[in-house]
Design a protein around this ligand. Structure first.
Ligand SMILES: [Zn+2]
Length: 429
């Protein structure tokens, strides 16, 4: 997926479109020598015909998955491999529980390092892309690279192994791994593990009300399609990012590609990936959900706006109607740290060095601006950063913060910083 745009709304974990760099491509001569069918005569040599046969098998597999034909699906697997069969049956059952609109596979004629398959029969692992569109929550099929190794048994290609491959981190593939539970409306789909302490129905309720709250504060419609994935499938427990963003959940966009996964063709949908270890917390205290849902509702600003702007409003909405101006802080150590911090709007390059203060000060700057000048002005500021960031190569508003604040608010960045720190000072009372 070379050249894929990584668009992340606000804080994000590792999820996103990754370039599909083949690992060990060409390591196996026979697999990489495509178009070599004119050469003589190693019967095991991989040719374009083999790739075509694998694509045919994938077409059969996709049709079986779409139609819920278990027998036809199982017939695409290497027989006698009980472990493969078990994991593939879970995959099959999960997809049957989901509102699948479209499902198909594509591949490139490349040879990646094959997974483990029993015996000495020829194996082949092309770059395979799985495309799945879920009704309601996706606008286009979500493209995920998958690690399937095929084996030729008695002249017929079959699925010999499927592995989770850390190198090709999928964008969003909650249906592969553990058995899932599904709850939802047409435009809000919530997934958890089947045996999770907090089930999909409970998480759906919390999400629906947090979404309504956040949309209400932001004056945004709350019916934009969204998938909330709280399963253990995928890189579920690696959600904290380098800037120490709360590991409870992250929000991101997912993309469609051409069948062979080489070019991004459009935005497919929005996902909030919730850390399954924190679901209880999300349900009991909806602040993190509202924070992430704010990123989702204000999608498209990440990267062009300073982090204190995007994270600030997410924190503001997360705590709302709680305000710093009506809060007190009894943690003397934190108060001392606040007093030692430089009174400035956190520069992009320093964001994440001190996460707890970065988020707290961001909330203070946002609250100061929103309570003094209103939400519309704040949104106008976000739009100005976004416009300027698009036409130039400016990241996180670097170098233009002063200009934008003067243009939108007619004030200096110093005065915004002082306003925010004034709110933090007040926490001591
Ligand atoms: Zn965030």
């Amino acid at each position: 997926m070379a050249g894929a745009a990584l668009v992340v709304s606000g804080c994000s974990g590792g999820s996103g479109v990754r370039p599909g760099v083949p690992d060990g491509g060409g390591a196996r001569g026979e697999a990489s020598a495509t178009g070599s069918s004119t050469r003589a005569a190693d019967p095991d040599e991989i040719t374009s015909d083999d790739f075509a046969a694998v694509q045919d098998l994938l077409d059969v597999r996709a049709q079986a998955l779409r139609r819920g034909n278990r027998k036809a699906f199982l017939a695409t697997l290497d027989p006698g491999n009980a472990r493969l069969r078990r994991s593939q049956e879970v995959f099959f059952d999960n997809l049957q529980d989901l509102p699948v609109d479209k499902l198909y596979y594509g591949l490139t004629e490349s040879g990646l390092r094959p997974g483990e398959v029993r015996g000495d029969d020829p194996v082949l692992r092309p770059e395979v892309f799985e495309h799945v569109e879920l009704s309601g929550v996706d606008e286009l099929p979500v493209s995920n690279q998958v690690s399937i190794t095929f084996v030729e048994r008695g002249g017929r290609w079959l699925v010999g192994a499927e592995n989770l491959d850390e190198t090709f981190e999928a964008q969003s593939r909650p249906w592969y791994g553990a058995r899932i539970e599904v709850a939802g409306d047409p435009d809000l789909l919530v997934l958890t593990d089947r045996d999770a302490a907090v089930g999909a129905d409970a998480l759906l309720d919390s999400t629906r009300s947090a979404l309504a709250d956040a949309a209400d504060v932001l004056d945004e419609p709350d019916d934009r399609p969204l998938l909330v994935d709280a399963t253990t499938n995928g890189l579920a427990t690696q959600l904290s990012n380098s800037s120490g963003e709360d590991a409870g959940a992250v929000s991101f966009s997912v993309f469609a590609t051409d069948p062979t996964g080489q070019e991004v063709t459009g935005l497919a949908g929005a996902v909030i990936k919730a850390n399954p270890d924190f679901v209880q917390q999300l349900v009991e205290d909806s602040r993190t959900l509202r924070h992430e849902l704010t990123h989702f509702l204000l999608d498209g600003y990440g990267g062009t706006n300073p982090q204190w702007v995007t994270e600030g409003i997410a924190e503001y909405v997360g705590y709302y109607p709680g305000l710093l101006s009506s809060s007190t802080l009894t943690d003397d150590r934190l108060l001392r740290q606040i007093r030692q911090r430089e009174v400035e709007l956190t520069p992009a390059g320093l964001w994440g060095n001190d996460p707890s203060l970065d988020y707290l000060t961001a909330e203070a700057f946002a609250e100061h601006l929103i309570q003094t000048y209103g939400l519309d002005k704040y949104r106008e500021m976000m739009d100005v950063f976004k416009r300027r960031g698009r036409t130039s190569a400016i990241r996180y508003g670097e170098g233009i913060v002063e200009k934008v604040l003067r243009q939108v608010y007619g004030v200096s960045s110093d005065s915004v910083a002082r306003g925010g720190f004034g709110l933090l000072e007040g926490l001591a009372d």
